[in-house]
Design a protein around this ligand. Structure first.
Ligand code: ADP
Ligand code: MG
Ligand code: ZN
Length: 477
């Protein structure tokens, strides 16, 4: 039996505002428990929430960037449930009149572009955090610093069909929220997290199967792995003749499995109703238009421009534009009239490797765009070889010096002087008569041996083309 997976993602992005959504408490991370609280976010009686305008603007920005229709009179609703980290016993969210609806974005997987629908994007407040004591300390504690921190929930249509598409969609959302400055997208801090809804249906069947929802996936890899696991698990259940139970599951990243958290039977009835404390959020089309004018060039548009302007391949341009700081860095280097493909190699291969190793961002590596352009210039005008350039690059990482200074100080300049090289070649030919014999007898491949010897003698600084040329001249005599 052939099954087709059906996947829809709900993504929560913590907004990059200074203050909370309905009070002026700070959103700063890492403060002592309950330092960032006030009567509003503690849920004390007799207080009124007031909407943070920045939240509304961020929601509109993201909606515009994802092709949504923006609602000019969106409404907040109470989502009722009891939990100790939610002192009001309801979360202020949006229900039937969300700020953004009917959007879409494109993802690219294996050279194919696919459009994924966005059902809605709404604004809501985050809950607090419980800290459970252990051992002698049998209390639980609550930290409400996070209560009232603004979130955007982005709900996709069930248009995704593979774990790779799900990962690509999440990466695209990550890229867009960061470009827009709407969220810092820091997944390790949980500032961008995803719930994955997965079901299977028989190939050719119209109707969707029963889904499970795996909560709080906070890395691109976990999203992909959890969905791969869930597809395999559901397939086995179905082949065994069992029905899929609609339930909420969690991902265990050590064991690489999903496990049941709660079933639909225990699922909440949230009894949504419009929040009487908050007026309808009226905005004007003029305001929406003025926000549209401030949108930056987004990843897809930038990628197309990079392909046209720098002659890059689609895959290479995609890697460069995923993060705006890398795209900007790339453009600053490429502006120095050096080969754009060489710049790509240095930025992604060399600097990318160092970023991975050190977990630093491109701006933190201590290599200015001027210095990288200078280094590439030295290779292009044959002052140094590519191999020496890598050694110079390592040096640049250590001391932030200009490559010219390093090349001068260490005497690394490429030897292109035919007189000096010719002399060394003569010496090497003289001390290896057997190989000279072989060459002249027709085994011309031994030229590689001579090139190697000369490189060794010059510590890699001999200009390879000139060496080759001189060798041929002398051997072909
Ligand atoms: P809820 O809020 O209860 O989780 P929604 O109808 O808002 O329910 O759906 C949430 C997510 O689940 C959406 O991203 C949607 O695309 C996805 N989804 C809905 N039905 C299915 C299904 N049968 N299989 C996979 N995903 C689904
Ligand atoms: Mg859900
Ligand atoms: Zn507060």
């Amino acid at each position: 039996m052939e099954f087709e997976p059906v996947i829809g993602l709900e993504i929560h992005a913590q907004m990059a505002t200074q203050s909370k959504i309905f009070c002026n408490c700070s959103t700063e991370f890492g403060k002592p428990p309950n330092a960032n609280t006030c009567p509003v976010c503690l849920g004390l009686p007799g207080v009124l929430p007031v909407l943070n305008k920045q939240v509304l603007e961020f929601a509109v920005r993201l909606g515009l960037a994802t092709n949504c229709t923006i609602r000019l009179d969106s409404q907040f609703a109470r989502k009722n449930y009891f939990y100790p980290d939610l002192p009001k016993a309801y979360q202020i969210s949006q229900f039937d009149r969300p700020i953004c609806e009917n959007g879409w974005l494109n993802v690219d997987v294996n050279g194919q572009t696919k459009k994924i629908g966005i059902t809605r994007i709404h604004m809501e407040e985050d809950a607090g955090k419980l800290i459970h004591g252990d051992g002698d300390d049998d209390c639980s504690y609550v930290d409400l610093n996070r209560a009232g921190v603004p979130l955007l929930e982005i709900v996709s249509e069930p248009d995704i069909r593979t774990p790779e598409e799900a990962k690509a969609y999440m990466e695209k959302i990550h890229s867009i929220v960061c470009y827009l400055g709407v969220s810092d997208g820091d997944m390790e801090k949980g500032n961008l997290r995803c719930d994955a809804n997965v079901s299977l249906r028989l190939a050719g069947q119209e109707e969707f199967g029963t889904r499970t929802e795996t909560k709080n996936l906070n890395s691109f890899r976990f999203i992909q792995q959890a969905i791969v696991y869930e597809i395999a698990r559901q397939k086995e259940e179905l082949l065994d003749g069992h029905e899929i139970v609609q339930e909420t599951r969690l991902w265990d990243s050590d064991k690489k499995i999903t496990y049941s958290m709660r079933s639909k039977e225990e699922a909440h009835d949230y009894r949504y109703f419009p929040d009487p404390d908050l007026p309808v959020a009226h905005i004007t089309q003029g305001w929406v238009d003025s926000i549209a004018e401030t949108l930056p060039e987004l990843p897809d548009a930038k990628r197309q421009r990079f392909i046209n302007q720098y002659g890059l391949r689609l895959e290479d341009a995609s890697v460069l534009v995923a993060e705006q700081s890398i795209a900007d860095y790339y453009e600053d280097v490429a502006a120095h009239q050096v080969n754009p493909k060489t710049v790509y190699n240095w930025v992604i291969m060399e600097m990318g490797r160092v970023m991975n190793e050190t977990r630093k961002r491109i701006g933190e590596l201590g290599i200015s765009t001027n210095h990288l352009a200078e280094l590439i210039g030295l290779i292009e005008d044959n002052s140094i070889s590519g191999k020496i350039a890598k050694a110079v690059f390592e040096e640049m990482l250590k001391n932030n010096q200009s490559p010219h200074v390093i090349v001068e100080a260490k005497g690394l300049k490429q030897i292109s002087d035919e007189g000096a090289l010719g002399q060394q070649i003569d010496e090497i030919l003289e001390s290896n008569p057997a190989q000279v014999e072989q060459y002249r007898a027709g085994k011309t491949k031994v030229i590689g041996f001579f090139v190697g010897q000369i490189m060794k003698a010059t510590k890699g600084q001999a200009h390879p083309q000139i060496v080759n040329q001189l060798l041929k001249q002398k051997l072909d005599l």
